[in-house]
Design a protein around this ligand. Structure first.
Ligand SMILES: *[C@@H]1O[C@H](CO)[C@@H](O)[C@H](O)[C@H]1NC(C)=O
Ligand SMILES: *[C@@H]1O[C@H](CO)[C@@H](O)[C@H](O)[C@H]1NC(C)=O
Ligand SMILES: *[C@@H]1O[C@H](CO)[C@@H](O)[C@H](O)[C@H]1NC(C)=O
Ligand SMILES: *[C@@H]1O[C@H](CO)[C@@H](O)[C@H](O)[C@H]1NC(C)=O
Ligand SMILES: *[C@@H]1O[C@H](CO)[C@@H](O)[C@H](O)[C@H]1NC(C)=O
Ligand SMILES: *[C@@H]1O[C@H](CO)[C@@H](O)[C@H](O)[C@H]1NC(C)=O
Ligand SMILES: *[C@@H]1O[C@H](CO)[C@@H](O)[C@H](O)[C@H]1NC(C)=O
Ligand SMILES: *[C@@H]1O[C@H](CO)[C@@H](O)[C@H](O)[C@H]1NC(C)=O
Ligand SMILES: CC(=O)N[C@H]1CO[C@H](CO)[C@@H](O)[C@@H]1O
Length: 815
C-alpha cells in the first residue's frame, strides 16, 4: 500500500520531516532526502508522479515521470535513459548544492542533473525539488521569491514526449536545444537517432530527422500552423505559440486542463503523433500524426518538383520548370534529378522578372533563407526582385493581411500542394514565362479528386506518350509481340553456367510456373536471378518473347528489372536483378517471418504494389494486364520494397481496348477473378481482383486458398465480407499486427481489398482510384458481395507442374 502524504495545502511552506521509506509518496524533496524503490513524488494536483519504473517487459529500472491518474502507465520523461539501474537498489537524492543525483548499484552515480551555467553562479540557499502540475520536475531555491526561476527543470531535457507548455526549439545565446528523441523500443528508453526539433535556419522550421537525414519537414510556423501540416484539424482546445527572440521555440497549451494530451515520437512508426486520453475507453486515441502520406517523403520530387497527392504520378514540375531528365522522369518515374527552368533567369534584365503565385503550398526547405519578421509583402517582393539569387518569397505570418518576409535562395526543395492548407508562395519567373498562357498566369493545379478524372488524365498522358514513340515498333496480337528494336543484352550460356555454378542445387531460389529460378553472380559481382525455362514447360517461345519484350520496356521501381536474356538452342533464360528478401509469401504466411513485417512496412508494400500496377495499367506505354498477380510474384528487395515479377502471362492492349477473352485461362487459383476463371474474360479488373486478394492476405496473414479445415465454408473473401458486415473486420487482422498498429489504416485496407474483390468487375475500382484511396482519407463506398463468397466446386483444373496451389496453372474450362 502506498501512503499518501499530501497533507499540506500550501506545498511551498510545507515542512515535512519524516523518514523516507519505500512506498511513500511525497510532494517535495529537500537536500539529503531521497526517493527509493517504491517511493514517489507527486504533483500538487495529483496528476503526475515521479519514481522508479520498469519499461515494458524490461527488468531494468529507470526514474521517470508518468500520469498518476490513468490506468495505462504512460511515461512522459525519463532521467537515466541509457544507464538503467539493474537491480532493486537505487535512490534519487538532492544534495545541498541543489544537484539531483541518481545512485545505482553500490552507490555509484548513474545519472545527475546538470545545472545550466547561468543559474549555478549563485549557490542556492535552500534547494528544493518539486514536480509541478504541468509534469515539469524542477529544482528551485526556496529562498528565491520568484517562483518561475528554476535552477534546473526536466522540461529543458525532453525525452520522447512533448507535454503542453514544453518548448521545441533552441536558445541562440547558449546553444541549448529542446527536441524530442524516440525511445529505442517499448523496453528501452535510450534515445535513438530519430529526433524531432526546430531546424536553426534563418526561417526556422520543424522537422523529423533520422540521424543526419532530414526525413520529414513540418515546415516553418506561419502564424496559424506549420506550413506543411496536411490535415489541419483546428482544435479549439489547444493554442500554439511561436517565439523568436533570444530563444526560438514553439509550444502548445491546452485550454481545458482536464483533457490529457501529449505529442510523442513513435519509434515503431517513425511518426510524430498527437494523442489524447479517452477516459471512456481507457486508451490513448490518435488525434493526428505526421508524416501522413507519400508526398510527405522529404524531397520526393527532387528540386523544383511539386508533389500532388491526388494526381498520378504524384510528381510534376512546378510551373515554369521542366524535368531535368525527361526520360527518367516520364517513363521511369525517377524524380530525384528534379526540374530545371524552362527559361533560365538572367540577372541582366532582372527588372523584367516577376512572380507567379502558388496558392496552398507547403513552402520549400528553409535551409537557404533570409527573414525579416516585420516587412510588408510589397517590400518583400521588391527585396527579392533586387537580389538575383532570390528564387521565391512568402509571408512569415499569413494571418489577416499577412506580414513578415521570408526569401529563398537557390533551388526549391520539398514543395507540395496542400488543398485547403499551406500558404501562398511566390516564385520568381523570367518575363517570358509570365507572358505565357494569354497573360493570365495561374499556378498549375491538377487536383483530381475523383479517380475517374485522374484515369482520364492518365489515358491522355498514355496516348501522348504513344504518339511520340511511334518510331519503335511493337506489334502485338494474339500470337505474341514482336519488337524490332529490342535492345536487351544477350548473355551467353557459358556466362550463365559460371554465374550459377552450373545451375547448382544450392543456388536454386525456387520454382516458378515455368521452371526453376537460380541465384547467380556475374563476374563484376552483380547479383542476378536466372529463370531457366524448362524445356517441357508450357512457356514456349511465345511466352518467353512476350515476357522479354514486355518487361524490357517497363521501367518502374515497383517492377522487377530484367537485365537480359539468353537463348541457346532449347535453353531459354531470363536474367533479372536479384531480390535478397525473396517473395512476399515467404513472409506473410510464415509465423516467424511474419513478425518481421510489421504494419507500416506491410502498408508500404501494399502501396508499392498498387503503384506498380497503376503503372502497368495506365502509365506505361502499353496497357498491360499481368494476369498472374499473387503474393509469390511480389519480390522484395533489400529494403523490402515490393517489385512485381513474372510477366510470362502478361498481355498488352492497345489504348482503346479494355477487355480480352481467351480459351486458355492461366493464373493461380485463389487469385483469379471469377469472370476470368469461368468465362475466360480478363481485363484490368481481373488484375484488381487479384490485387484485392493480396491485400486481404497481407492484412490477415492467411492464404486465400487455405481454409481452416472443418470450419465454416467461407473463403477468405467471404470471411472478410462477413466480418466487415458484422463490424468485426478487426478479427481477421493477423495476430502479430495487432499491437503496434494503426488499426484505422488496417481497416481501411480491408475495406479497399473488399472493394477490389467484388463479384461484378464494373463495381471494382480502378488502380488510380485505389492509389488515391490508399493515400487519402476520402470516404469509401460500401462493397458488394465478393467473388467466391462461398467455397464452390472449382472449374476443372489441370495443374501443369505440381499439386500445390501456389503454382501457376492453366485452367481448361468447359465453355
Ligand atoms: C552535489 O552534486 C554535484 C554533482 O554531483 C557536485 O558537483 C557537488 O559537489 C555536490 N555538492 C555537495 C555539497 O555534495
Ligand atoms: C558495482 O557493482 C558492480 C556489480 O554489482 C561491479 O561490477 C562494480 O565493479 C561495482 N563498482 C564499484 C565502484 O564498486
Ligand atoms: C473539459 O474536458 C472535460 C473532459 O473532456 C469535459 O468533461 C469538460 O466539459 C470540459 N470543460 C470545458 C470547459 O470545456
Ligand atoms: C525589417 O524590415 C523593416 C521594415 O522594412 C525595417 O525597418 C527593419 O530594419 C528590417 N530589419 C532588418 C533586420 O533588416
Ligand atoms: C542576395 O542575398 C544573399 C543572401 O542573403 C546575399 O548573400 C547576397 O549578398 C545578396 N545579393 C545582393 C546583390 O544583394
Ligand atoms: C561446371 O561444368 C563444367 C563442365 O560440365 C565443369 O568443367 C566445371 O568444373 C563445372 N563447374 C562447377 C563450379 O561445378
Ligand atoms: C471472344 O472472342 C471472340 C473472337 O476471338 C469473339 O467472337 C467473342 O465474341 C468473344 N467473346 C466475348 C464474351 O467477348
Ligand atoms: C473454427 O474457428 C474458430 C475461431 O476462428 C475456432 O475457435 C474453432 O475451434 C474452429 N473450429 C475448428 C473445427 O477448427
Ligand atoms: C526482413 C528481412 O529479412 N530483411 C532482410 C532483407 O535483405 C537484406 C539484405 O540481404 C537484409 O539485410 C535484411 O535483413
Amino acid at each position: 500500500m502506498r501512503a499518501s502524504f499530501l497533507l499540506c495545502s500550501s506545498q511551498l511552506i510545507c515542512c515535512l520531516f519524516f523518514l523516507l521509506k519505500p512506498s511513500f509518496a511525497v510532494d517535495s524533496l529537500r537536500p539529503l532526502e531521497s526517493i527509493n524503490d517504491g517511493g514517489t513524488l507527486v504533483s500538487p494536483d495529483g496528476s503526475f508522479e515521479i519514481g522508479f519504473f520498469r519499461p515494458g517487459s524490461s527488468k531494468n529500472r529507470y526514474v521517470g515521470i508518468w500520469y498518476k491518474n490513468i490506468p495505462a502507465q504512460t511515461v512522459v520523461w525519463v532521467a537515466n535513459r541509457c544507464s538503467p539501474v539493474t537491480d532493486s537498489s537505487g535512490s534519487l537524492t538532492l544534495n545541498s548544492s541543489g544537484n539531483l543525483a541518481l545512485l545505482g548499484q553500490n552507490k555509484t552515480v548513474v545519472w545527475s542533473s546538470t545545472m545550466t551555467t547561468t543559474s549555478s553562479i549563485k549557490q542556492p540557499l535552500r534547494p528544493i525539488l518539486q514536480l509541478l502540475d504541468s509534469g515539469n520536475l524542477v529544482i528551485r531555491d526556496e529562498k528565491d521569491g520568484n517562483l518561475d526561476t528554476y535552477l534546473w527543470q526536466s522540461f529543458d531535457y525532453p525525452s520522447d514526449t512533448l507535454l503542453p507548455g514544453m518548448k521545441t526549439g533552441f536558445n541562440l545565446r547558449t546553444g541549448h536545444k529542446w527536441y524530442l528523441s524516440a525511445w529505442k523500443n517499448a523496453d528501452d528508453p535510450c534515445p535513438t537517432d530519430l529526433t524531432c526539433g526546430l531546424e536553426p535556419h534563418a526561417y526556422p522550421e520543424l522537422s523529423i530527422r533520422k540521424g543526419e537525414m532530414e526525413y520529414y519537414r513540418h515546415g516553418p510556423w506561419n502564424g496559424l500552423h506549420f506550413s506543411g501540416t496536411v490535415h489541419l484539424r483546428p482544435n479549439p482546445n489547444s493554442q500554439y505559440e511561436f517565439v523568436h527572440n533570444d530563444e526560438v521555440f514553439s509550444r502548445y497549451y491546452i485550454k481545458n486542463q482536464s483533457v490529457l494530451t501529449r505529442m510523442i515520437l513513435n519509434p515503431t512508426t517513425s511518426k510524430r503523433e498527437r494523442l489524447q486520453w479517452n477516459d471512456e475507453e481507457k486508451t490513448w486515441s490518435l488525434l493526428s500524426s505526421a508524416p501522413t502520406d507519400y508526398c510527405d517523403s522529404y524531397g520526393l520530387c527532387g528540386v523544383n518538383g511539386n508533389c500532388v497527392i491526388s494526381s498520378n504520378p504524384v510528381c510534376q514540375c512546378l510551373k515554369g520548370f521542366k524535368p531535368k531528365s525527361p526520360e527518367n522522369w516520364n517513363s521511369m518515374a525517377v524524380w530525384a534529378e528534379g526540374c530545371v527552368r524552362n527559361t533560365p533567369l538572367s540577372c541582366q534584365d532582372k527588372e523584367k522578372d516577376g512572380f507567379i503565385k502558388f496558392p496552398n503550398f507547403k513552402v520549400p526547405d528553409t535551409e537557404h533563407t533570409w527573414v525579416n519578421w516585420s516587412m510588408s509583402m510589397k517590400e518583400c517582393r521588391g527585396k527579392c526582385l533586387s537580389n538575383c539569387s532570390c528564387m521565391a518569397y512568402s509571408n512569415t505570418d499569413i494571418r489577416g493581411e499577412g506580414s513578415g518576409c521570408a526569401m529563398w535562395f537557390g533551388d526549391l526543395i520539398d514543395v507540395r500542394q496542400i488543398p485547403g492548407g499551406g500558404q501562398d508562395l511566390y516564385i520568381r519567373m523570367p518575363a517570358s514565362e509570365l507572358s505565357k498562357g494569354d497573360g493570365k498566369v495561374k499556378a498549375l493545379i491538377i487536383v483530381t479528386v475523383i479517380g475517374v478524372v485522374s484515369g482520364m488524365l492518365s489515358a491522355g498522358y498514355f496516348i501522348w506518350k504513344r504518339s511520340i514513340r511511334e518510331s519503335s515498333k511493337i506489334i502485338c496480337h494474339e500470337n505474341g509481340c514482336q519488337e524490332e528494336d529490342l535492345e536487351l543484352p544477350l548473355f551467353d550460356l557459358s556466362t550463365m553456367y559460371t554465374a550459377t555454378d552450373n545451375f547448382s542445387f544450392h543456388n536454386k531460389l525456387g520454382e516458378g510456373g515455368f521452371g526453376p529460378v537460380y541465384r547467380g553472380k556475374l563476374e563484376d559481382g552483380q547479383e542476378i536471378a536466372v529463370k531457366r525455362l524448362s524445356i517441357s514447360s508450357g512457356q514456349g517461345m511465345k511466352e518467353f518473347k512476350n515476357e522479354v519484350v514486355l518487361i524490357a520496356k517497363l521501367q518502374h521501381r515497383n517492377l522487377v528489372k530484367l537485365f537480359g536474356c539468353c537463348i541457346h538452342d532449347e535453353e531459354k533464360l531470363l536474367v533479372y536483378e536479384y531480390m535478397p528478401n525473396k517473395s512476399l509469401d515467404s513472409f506473410i504466411f510464415d509465423e516467424k517471418q511474419a513478425k518481421l513485417l510489421q504494419w507500416p512496412k506491410r502498408f508500404e508494400i501494399i502501396c508499392g504494389i498498387a503503384r506498380g500496377l497503376l503503372y502497368l495499367h495506365q502509365d506505361s506505354r502499353l496497357r498491360i494486364i499481368h494476369r498472374d498477380l499473387k503474393a509469390g510474384n511480389i519480390l522484395l528487395d533489400s529494403e523490402m520494397n515490393p517489385k512485381i515479377s513474372d510477366f510470362g502471362m502478361a498481355r498488352t492492349f492497345r489504348g482503346d481496348e479494355m477487355e480480352g477473352n481467351t480459351s486458355r485461362v492461366v493464373g493461380t487459383y485463389g487469385y483469379i477473378a471469377p469472370e476470368y476463371a469461368f468465362n475466360g474474360l480478363f481485363s484490368m479488373k481481373s488484375d484488381i481482383f487479384s490485387f484485392g486478394i493480396m491485400v486481404l492476405e497481407i492484412v490477415s496473414g492467411r492464404r486465400s486458398r487455405v481454409l481452416r479445415p472443418g470450419n465454416d465454408s467461407f473463403t477468405l473473401t467471404g470471411h472478410a465480407w462477413k466480418l466487415m458486415k458484422e463490424g468485426r473486420a478487426v478479427d481477421m487482422v493477423d495476430g502479430c499486427l495487432k499491437e503496434s498498429s494503426n488499426l484505422c489504416e488496417i481497416l481501411r485496407c480491408i475495406h479497399i481489398g473488399l472493394l477490389c474483390v467484388q463479384q461484378c468487375p464494373v463495381d471494382r475500382p480502378s488502380m488510380s482510384s485505389i492509389v488515391l484511396m490508399l493515400s487519402s482519407e476520402c470516404a469509401l463506398p460500401q462493397p458488394e458481395k465478393p467473388g467466391y463468397f462461398m467455397e464452390t466446386k472449382s472449374p476443372q483444373m489441370s495443374s501443369q507442374s505440381s499439386s500445390t496451389n501456389e503454382i501457376t496453372m492453366s485452367i481448361v474450362e468447359a465453355r
